[in-house]
Design a protein around this ligand. Structure first.
Ligand code: GDP
Ligand code: MG
Length: 164
């Protein structure tokens, strides 16, 4: 079970991470999964999916008024490649996931971040990560049925996460 909720820094959380179709086309799925895995985060759900228009529109609902919204939804639903949708779990994973991913605009993303290391333009920034507890909860529920998210324990957890 997830022990901690919004606003508890360092608490065990879940976040929605997706390799967008440009990341899939570029063969960066394993690189991206590897970065979260090596950090110590736990993969609790994963699937390959071409989102429906209602799912893509809801996913980017906060951007509905922006000029690039229709193009973004057209792109995500194009089926030119699937999206790799995931749920990752661990301490502070929502905020840390955003740091691992880097700034939205690749020209502002730090080297060492995924977008900083692999991307050049905002329309091809290869990855999505939830930006808050509220959006993580919404996005996980939007993309996954509850039974697709599996609770499990690392056998080596005590060697990765200390109790103090
Ligand atoms: P994110 O949370 O870092 O992914 O950024 P946002 O939530 O602000 O935007 C969602 C996605 O919309 C971004 O990752 C980009 O793929 C796309 N996007 C954001 N701003 C722009 C823009 O100015 N132009 C275009 N073409 N796409 C954008
Ligand atoms: Mg966003």
């Amino acid at each position: 079970t997830i022990k901690t909720a919004a606003g508890t820094p360092g608490g065990i959380e879940r976040t929605f991470i997706a390799v967008k179709l440009d990341g899939v086309q570029r063969g960066l799925v394993s690189e991206i999964i590897g970065r979260f895995e090596r950090k110590g985060y736990k993969l609790v759900a994963i699937k390959s999916v071409v989102p429906s228009r209602p799912i893509a529109e809801a996913h980017y609902g906060d951007l509905r008024a922006r000029p690039f919204f229709k193009g973004l939804v057209d792109y995500m639903t194009s089926g030119r490649a699937p999206v790799i949708a995931m749920v990752w779990e661990g301490p502070d994973v929502i905020r840390q996931g955003r740091r691992i991913i880097g700034a939205t605009n690749p020209m502002d993303a730090q080297p060492g971040s995924i977008r900083g290391d692999f991307t050049l333009t905002v329309g091809r920034n290869i990855i999505h990560g939830s930006d808050s507890f509220e959006s993580a909860t919404f996005e996980i529920g939007l993309w996954f049925d509850p039974e697709e998210v599996y609770n499990w324990r690392f056998t080596n957890e005590e060697w990765v996460v200390s109790q103090n």
